[in-house]
Design a protein around this ligand. Structure first.
Ligand code: ZN
Length: 310
């Protein structure tokens, strides 16, 4: 998720949305498609980042031809019409020396929130690239590129928020890559919840998926069904470090290809995170050769080594 957000941010930061097209299936649209289209068209993408399990595009008012190589002057004009269009264009150009990024540092006025779900993908491509089946949204951009949302199973969600009307979107849980040891320990103290369930609870930690929960519990040597509140401070710190390790590995390797996530180019990662326990039921543990066991915790398939995890 982090990898996707970074990839999209690198490619689209500063680009303008010329036109938004939405498919006919209503499921992916948390905000009605027509309202999303109206809100998105003419906006500039200030930044793209990950918040928990969501990818958030921060949007501002388009104030110039902010990305390089506009497809045609006409498109650029459409994208950047409006009262601010006569401003010095270089002021907003990405990475222009001395420009200070101009308007890209301005406060966002709206957000486009993408929840990829199980099978959702964000693709940065060109309008002439073949349109995949199950494409639910296409945003044409001033740069001539196109941002597409593809989701065969339609578990993903697209949402548009005006920040003036509603509070900006924030995940409720702590960011596992940023949380301190003290904060991490406090999240779980006194809780009867199984530690695996607690790790998946987005109100406690945001963005920890099933694979990463199983893998970090293995690395920390903790059984998934242990009560959160019964873990010692040392165990919790071991778990925090294991989680950081697993998430950083996953980011470095471009995400685990077990889910249908691909990078922002639409390339399915040929990297696969080397799983120690996840979906290795019955196979020998890499560490001790004991067969990996599968149980269900919080409704999710959970894998652990009965020997290495206590
Ligand atoms: Zn083992």
């Amino acid at each position: 998720m982090e990898t996707i957000a970074r990839g999209v941010n690198e490619r689209l930061r500063g680009d303008c949305i010329v036109e938004a097209w939405f498919g006919r299936h209503p499921e992916p649209f948390k905000t009605p498609a027509a309202r999303q289209a109206k809100g998105l068209e003419g906006r500039v993408i200030l930044s793209v980042h990950r918040t928990g399990k969501h990818i958030v595009c921060e949007l501002g008012i388009a104030g110039g031809s902010v990305n390089t190589h506009p497809r045609s002057p006409q498109q650029a004009k459409i994208a950047c019409q409006g009262p601010r269009s006569r401003k010095n264009k270089s002021a907003a150009r990405v990475g222009h020396p001395g420009s200070g990024l101009g308007e890209l540092e301005s406060e966002p006025e709206a957000q486009w929130i993408v929840h990829l779900g199980m099978t959702g993908r964000l693709l940065v491509t060109t309008p002439d690239a073949p349109v995949a089946a199950h494409t639910h949204a296409r945003l044409s951009l001033t740069s001539g590129r196109e941002l597409r949302f593809v989701d065969p199973r339609r578990f993903g969600r697209l949402e548009y928020r005006e920040l003036s009307r509603r509070e900006s979107f924030r995940a409720q849980g702590a960011d596992p890559l940023a949380v301190t040891a003290e904060e991490f320990a406090r999240l779980f103290s006194g809780r009867k919840l199984a530690i695996k369930a607690a790790l998946l609870n987005q109100k406690l930690l945001s963005g920890v998926g099933n694979i990463y929960a199983d893998e970090s519990l293995f690395r920390a040597g903790i059984r998934p069904r242990r009560r959160s509140g019964r873990l010692t401070r040392a165990e919790l710190e071991g778990l925090r470090l294991a989680l950081v390790e697993v998430l950083e590995d996953a980011i470095r390797l471009g995400g685990s290809s077990v889910s249908d996530y691909v990078d922002a180019n639409g390339v399915r990662g040929f990297f696969q995170l080397e799983h120690c326990v996840y979906q290795r039921t019955g196979l020998p543990c890499h560490r001790c050769k004991t067969p990996i066991r599968r149980i269900v915790v919080a409704g999710r398939g959970t894998h652990y080594c009965p020997q290495c995890q206590r």
